[in-house]
Design a binder for this molecule. Structure first.
Ligand code: ADP
Length: 628
């Protein structure tokens, strides 16, 4: 008796979505099933490196398609690793991918089921795509190293439950039998299947075969036809591969629905030989932010797939790159752990990094709009490299784009352009960090810099507060935050002026105990006050970020700077000179501080008190107006 089991909750939702979507691209089910079959063969080949005897001579690697018009079924068979009963239940009854929940949420947000199918293609739901074309799927499988009686039959209509029962299976591997829906009978047509295999799996290293009837001397004979050309695409010459073939291969390894922006394909020759085929995505795929962040390229040794994501050949900050590395110079018969210590992997990484960075630079120069789309998605990831890859940091810095106080909104400048525009007497590259360029453009910190013809880069990625100090300098010019105490644009405030403010500053400082200091500044032209970071203090933006993460900035208090030329500041001073005990001065001091907090885009600690203080001013000013 078959045993009936339920799918896990998330999978149920997923299946519902798949079966109820009129998925225009449903033909991708074949790519997904063939790719699973090929993974299974790769797995058993890898297993055989240590346990050759378990193959039992069954090494004629292939994926077989069997359309059966009479039964209305299409079967995809492989002689790969197979599955035990427990593995079938685990692998086909639950969803392992961590991003599935996020996928479902996004699909729900996409609202109409009509939009969800596009997401399916992007996400790659693997085996379950079978239910787009089949109303029932039967899987008969038997794992490597088992006997014919050890097989398992799994079956489901994709509605919430599946059954499992023991089954006899003569050969190791897996048969996936699709009971095709009435509107999916086209997948019984050998012609259609041939076309799809060419489209999706031409580069696959294992043959995808199908039995065909041939007329020979008037008699019908059955022959096995290989449907794919099989030459691993990365082993072919660049000149022999078409853009479409690259794009199909890229899609198959990335699940990105768009063709790549750039293809990096080369063979390294010299002391060691290896081949690289890597892709730069056109834009950030939807799933990029959901998925576990992993970096790496597929690693093949002598065309045997060793690892899906080999981290040693691709640094983390280039994790948007997808691709393959194949080297015949790596040892095949060692464990993955030992292999990962092989120094050749470092040589490969160096070469991959150089080629990727050069490709990005070329793209930026030759196809700026394309680069911009790429950069808007992956710029923040790339910036991680400023602190991670010391040797290449200037090369990475050259790839960065920034808005600046001097550029039009939505336009970008590079560091090189910024430096070339610096006035002769400007020694430092200035930047200001915050949540939006729009707010930063109006920041009081820019006033005096602007007045002196200095541009300031406006940085809005959360990582900027770490990445830019990490870079330190560019072409010998130090990078400086415009809101730090030691980055002052103007001449120091004159001694005579300072003299007159000593007493009132002391009073304000005693009132505002949260300030490390209260000083005069020449940084401001129009505004009355601003806050700057001094010594250990962090920037306002970083303070906000840390605050949101529940971290305390501790003793890193900031400095309140006042514009001695501003009428409000002057008036407070005069009032204090006349009557230091006037109770209103403390309120004015607090307002000077609070307006600086508001201007930098932070939240004030006591908004209700702030409102009361402002209302007080309005009431008094309006009264004065009445007597005018
Ligand atoms: P993915 O391939 O992305 O992991 P799938 O939903 O396509 O997800 O498949 C789930 C799991 O089922 C696979 O990871 C694999 O372990 C197993 N599986 C699927 N097809 C086969 C097959 N033909 N042979 C062996 N195992 C398979």
């Amino acid at each position: 008796m078959p045993e009936t089991l339920e799918f896990k909750a998330e999978l149920k939702q997923l299946l519902h979505l798949i079966t109820h979507s009129l998925y225009s691209d449903r033909e991708i089910f074949l790519r997904e099933l063939i790719s699973n079959a090929s993974d299974a063969i790769n797995k058993v080949r890898f297993d055989a490196l240590a346990n050759a005897d378990r193959l039992e001579g069954n090494t004629d690697w292939k994926v077989k398609l069997t359309p059966d018009p009479a039964g209305g079924t299409l079967t995809v068979s492989d002689n790969g690793v197979g599955m035990s009963r427990d593995e079938v239940v685990q692998n086909l009854g639950t969803v392992a991918q961590s991003g599935t929940k996020a996928f479902l949420d996004a699909a729900r947000q996409a609202g109409k089921a009509g939009e969800a199918p596009g997401l399916i293609g992007q996400f790659g739901v693997g085996f379950y795509s079978a239910f787009m074309v089949a109303d029932r799927v039967t899987v008969v499988t038997r794992p490597v190293g088992s006997a014919p009686a050890d097989g398992t039959r799994w079956e489901s209509d994709g509605q919430g439950t599946f059954t499992v029962e023991p089954a006899e299976k003569p050969a190791r591997g897996t048969d996936v039998v699709l009971h095709l829906k009435d509107d999916a009978k086209e997948y019984l047509d050998p012609h259609r299947l041939r076309g799809l295999v060419r489209k999706f799996s031409d580069f696959l290293e294992f043959p995808v075969v199908m039995d065909v009837e041939e007329e020979k001397d008037g008699k019908k004979e059955v022959a096995e036809e290989t449907l794919n050309r099989r030459k691993a695409i990365w082993l072919r010459n660049k000149s022999e591969v078409t853009a479409d073939e690259y794009a199909e291969f890229y899609k198959s390894i990335s699940h990105d629905p768009d063709p790549p922006a750039e293809v990096i394909h080369y063979k390294a020759e010299g002391k060691t030989e290896f081949r690289v085929l890597a892709f730069v995505p056109a834009a950030k795929p939807l799933a990029f932010d959901w998925e576990e962040p992993t970096a790496g390229l597929r690693l093949y040794v002598q065309r045997v797939l060793i690892m899906d994501r080999c981290e040693q050949v691709l640094p983390f900050h280039l994790r948007f790159i997808r691709g393959v590395v194949d080297s015949a110079d790596l040892p095949l018969n060692v464990s993955r752990e030992l292999l990962q210590q092989n120094p050749l992997l470092d040589v490969i990484q160096k070469s991959v990094v150089k080629n990727v960075l050069d490709t990005l630079a070329g793209m930026k120069d030759a196809e700026y709009d394309k680069y911009l789309t790429f950069y808007k998605g992956f710029g923040p990831v790339l910036k991680e490299g400023l602190t991670r890859d010391w040797a290449n940091r200037e090369k990475i810095a050259d790839l960065l784009l920034f808005e600046s106080a001097g550029t039009e909104a939505g336009r970008f400048t590079t560091l090189a352009e910024y430096v070339s525009r610096m006035p002769a007497d400007q020694a430092e590259i200035l930047y200001l960090t915050g949540e939006s360029a729009e707010v930063l453009r109006r920041s009081p910190y820019l006033e005096a810099f602007r007045a002196r013809g200095r541009d300031v880069l406006l940085l809005t990625d959360p990582i900027d507060d770490f990445a830019l100090p990490g870079l330190g300098s560019y072409r010998g010019k130090p990078l400086k935050a415009a809101d730090r105490a030691d980055t002052s644009p103007g001449d120091p405030v004159g001694e005579g002026l300072k003299e007159g403010f000593v007493k009132v500053l002391l009073f304000i400082k005693e009132t505002l105990t949260e300030m490390a200091d209260v000083r005069l500044t020449s940084r401001l032209t129009d505004s009355a006050a601003c806050l700057v970071a001094d010594g250990p203090a962090v920037s306002a933006r970083l303070e906000r970020l840390l605050g949101r993460m529940g971290r305390d900035v501790g003793d890193a208090r900031r400095v309140l700077e006042l514009n001695p030329g501003h009428p409000a500041v002057r008036a407070v001073r005069e009032l204090h000179d006349r009557d230091a005990a006037d109770p209103r001065i403390a309120g004015y001091a607090r307002l000077l501080y609070e307006q600086a907090v508001v201007a930098e885009g932070s939240a004030i600690g006591d908004p209700v008190g702030f409102a009361a203080r402002v209302n007080d001013l309005i009431a008094r000013d309006a009264r004065t107006a009445l007597t005018d």
